[in-house]
Design a binder for this molecule. Structure first.
Ligand code: LRH
Ligand code: MN
Length: 393
């Protein structure tokens, strides 16, 4: 593929950053406060706008409700616009209320289900007010002990509550259904894998699609194969990019396994070029979902953006014709080497040219650091403390 075609495809790659990735976050053991970390939704949107200004490819920020709740959602929409970005996916929070001890949409307690559903319905209205076309739903629901609840009963509740939510979606709005194989539940999870999410989405209708969080799989899972399958079935709606070594570690995407990220972006690139899957691939929401526990928030986010662009640029360099020929000829090693050849390409020059074209620095992380942004934000905002779960005991 010529550099010009690669540059044209790179120009169309828009990445959405998560508001919650700019604040202080940690583990249940401790939250290490970062000087200048965002403390309010306004500061989180401003930081997302700074990432867009420095990378040129992050025009939207995902919000989480109630973490980002405001009195006037249209004011938030206006503010984001003034900052040069827009509000992206709206994420309901079904894990922050005491009423959700036994679950939210799958709870055996009708009041708990009603509360959860009302919150999701409110998020549909919020999405309309902020101009978003995506409600991104992660369900923490599950059980901790065998016998705690009826597993078929919980699945039936999931189906009926999601049907009511789906019916409330205005035309053009998508419900992205995010699965996760465990945590915070440790025996059964009501939406544990891509198959369950696909079943649920198929039953709901075309405005429901599956969201693949790259950190939500059991060790050894072939994530790019799940991506390929969901693309084939027009069920892939979006990603939550991050990386993990063990569990849902939410580390910088591509930091632990850049070859996996490349393989995932390869499935995207080939689906974009295939008329059978191009429409689905074109509508995929590329979102980052990370928490930066020991590192600065903004430059970590910029590095994440660069890692995804690097993986995508390398994926676009795969010689698709030679690969297809080797695959059809049964040349196993030959086909593998064609893929690895692209992965081992040095695309830093290409990305430097791409960023120059966008009018941003060849290394946006370096530009952030050399620009004194961290020092300025630390002066303006100081250092906010956040208690971890254990410290609240
Ligand atoms: C759950 C999850 C989900 C978000 C949360 C911040 O692990 O991936 O997408 O709601 O992280
Ligand atoms: Mn996620």
């Amino acid at each position: 593929m010529s550099d010009n075609v690669v540059l044209a495809r790179l120009r169309r790659l828009e990445l959405e950053t998560p508001s919650w990735g700019y604040g202080n976050s940690g583990t249940r053991f401790h939250v290490y406060p970062w000087p200048g970390a965002a403390r309010t939704v306004w500061e989180r949107v401003a930081d997302a706008a700074l990432v867009h200004a420095l990378t040129g490819c992050c025009p939207s920020v995902a919000i989480h409700v109630p973490w980002d709740r405001v009195d006037d959602w249209r004011e938030l929409r206006r503010y984001a616009g003034e900052q040069g970005i827009r509000i992206g996916a709206v994420n309901p929070n079904l894990f922050g209320d005491d009423e959700y001890r036994l679950g939210s949409l799958c709870s055996p307690d009708p009041a708990g289900r009603r509360r959860a559903l009302d919150h999701c319905l409110e998020c549909v209205e919020i999405a309309e007010q902020v101009g978003s076309s995506i409600v991104s739903l992660w369900l923490p629901d599950g059980t901790n002990y065998p016998g705690q609840d009826d597993l078929r009963g919980r699945f039936a509740r999931l189906g009926s509550t999601l049907e009511e939510l789906y019916a409330a979606l205005p035309a053009g709005m998508r419900l992205l259904v995010e699965y996760k194989f465990f945590e915070p539940a440790f025996y059964s999870t009501d939406l544990p894998d891509w198959g369950t999410a696909a079943l649920v989405c198929r039953r709901l209708g075309p405005q429901a699609q599956v969201l693949v969080d790259t950190g939500h799989h059991a060790q050894g899972t072939n994530v790019e194969q799940i991506v390929a399958l969901l693309l084939s079935e027009s069920l892939l709606g979006g990603f939550h990019f991050n990386n993990r070594k063990y569990a849902d570690d939410d580390l910088i995407v591509g930091a632990i396994d850049p070859f996996e990220l490349f393989r995932i972006m390869r499935e995207i690139a080939s689906a974009q070029a295939d008329p059978a899957t191009a429409a689905t691939a074109a509508a995929v929401a590329f979102m980052i979902d990370q928490s930066h526990n020991v590192e600065g928030k903004i430059d970590a986010m910029i590095q994440s953006v660069m890692n995804i662009q690097t993986a995508y640029a390398k994926a676009l360099l795969v010689d698709a014709d030679a690969l297809a020929e080797a695959q059809l000829a049964g040349d196993v090693l030959g086909a593998h080497r064609i893929l690895v050849d692209a992965f081992e390409s040095d695309v830093r020059g290409l990305l430097g040219a791409f960023r120059a074209e966008l009018g941003v620095a060849p290394d946006p992380v370096e530009a952030f650091r050399a620009g004194g942004h961290a020092e300025r934000l630390a002066r303006e905002r100081g250092t906010a403390r956040v208690e971890s779960a254990y410290e609240q005991i």
